[in-house]
Design a protein around this ligand. Structure first.
Ligand SMILES: Nc1ncnc2c1ncn2[C@@H]1O[C@H](COP(=O)(O)OP(=O)(O)OP(=O)(O)O)[C@@H](O)[C@H]1O
Ligand SMILES: [Mg+2]
Length: 342
């Protein structure tokens, strides 16, 4: 094959592909490979482009075994990316290798997804293990030392109920997350009254705990337009955001919930939820919407939090093409804003 043939061959491949001779000089390179290495490539020595011993070993092996050889390579572009490299002779195994076709398949996303999945499984197991351990401990105590002690029995049964409720909340949140992921690309069609939803959430939170009652002040211009949205999902969003504002601030501090309506540049509603709580340090803010991320694991767990609330919130808002912004100052308070299209 001459250089033109080789160039035509690599041009037909959609991922980075180059052809080398048996001394590893580059004879032909397609556009994706030139973009990847930011170089013309043709005529250059492979060792000057890829300085990893693994890659050279891979090529040397092809010469030796006269069969395709694969290896993994990490290339340090702006960010490190992992590639599956495939080096294959362009001739049949009975003759010496003259030309090698070298292709690079970017598998970074697959590796990231695998890592995320295993971290997720580890997190879920960890979150389930602690309530389970408490439950088993309580059962043990009830069967043994506390068997004939009605007071202790009462206490342990309460503890068991709390832990079981915690697990059940966790499982419900996980289910809700996986359902959301499946539906995220389908924007909701129904129209909803945002203020009504927020008022209902406030009422149910006030009824759920005495320290939440009477703390939320709602300000909204009238009349507010209806927005496109899913009633249950929006309830879940504001349930979590308002509860967070109440939960992560002192019982005697107010929470201001202000809705604003802008017409320009876009017709949109913004809900600001402002608390005077402990605030969040800047390094945590970008990570809050990750699953299971909590600033203070121990304490949030005590208050019953699973750290899934904001992850669910973000998925729902994505589905609504809405934006969540978090601004916070330590010891001053946090303002969460949700911008929704009308
Ligand atoms: N208004 C707030 N003020 C201070 N910290 C907050 C506020 N909102 C959220 N956080 C922090 O962000 C973390 C994640 O919040 P998220 O709602 O995802 O989880 P959670 O409240 O711990 O548990 P869940 O909502 O699943 O019951 C919280 O643990 C808390 O540390
Ligand atoms: Mg929460």
């Amino acid at each position: 094959m001459d250089t033109d043939d080789l160039n035509n061959l690599v041009a037909a491949i959609l991922i980075p592909a180059i052809v080398l001779d048996s001394e590893f000089r580059i004879l032909a390179a397609n556009r994706p490979s030139r973009a990847l290495f930011d170089s013309k490539l043709q005529g250059l020595d492979f060792v000057r482009i890829v300085r990893q011993p693994g890659a050279l070993e891979c090529l040397a092996n092809v010469i030796k075994v006269r069969k395709p050889v694969q290896c993994k390579l990490v290339l340090h572009q702006q960010t490190p990316r992992t590639f599956l490299a495939n080096a294959a002779p362009l001739s049949d195994p009975s003759i010496e290798v003259e030309h090698i076709l070298f292709t690079l398949q970017d598998i970074s996303d697959r590796i990231d997804a695998e890592k995320a999945r295993s971290a997720f499984v580890a997190n879920v197991s960890h979150e389930l293990r602690s309530p389970l351990t408490s439950l088993l401990g309580a059962v043990e105590t009830l069967k043994g030392p506390a068997r004939n002690d009605p007071k202790a029995r009462e206490r342990f049964l309460d503890l068991m109920q709390n832990e079981a409720e915690r697990m059940s909340r966790l499982v419900a949140d996980l289910l809700s997350l996986s359902k959301l992921e499946a539906k995220e690309h389908l924007p909701p069609k129904t129209r909803i009254d945002l203020l009504k939803i927020i008022q209902k959430v406030e009422q149910s939170l006030a009824a759920s705990r005495s320290e939440y009652a009477g703390r939320v002040e709602i300000q909204a211009p009238a009349p507010l337009p209806m927005i496109r949205g899913d009633q249950d999902q929006m309830t879940e969003v504001f349930q979590n955001l308002i509860e967070n504002a109440l939960k992560y601030s002192k019982p005697d501090t107010p929470v201001l919930l202000k809705i604003t309506h802008e017409f320009k540049p876009k017709n949109q509603l913004t809900v600001h939820i402002e608390d005077q709580g402990e605030g969040i340090a800047p390094e945590h803010i970008p990570r809050l919407t990750e699953r299971f991320y909590r600033v203070d694991k121990g304490r949030s767990r005590q208050t019953g939090g699973t750290g899934l609330g904001l992850a669910i919130t973000k998925h729902i808002l994505n589905r609504h093409r809405a934006r969540l912004t978090i601004s916070s100052q330590l010891a001053k308070g946090t303002t969460i804003s949700v911008r929704l299209k009308v």
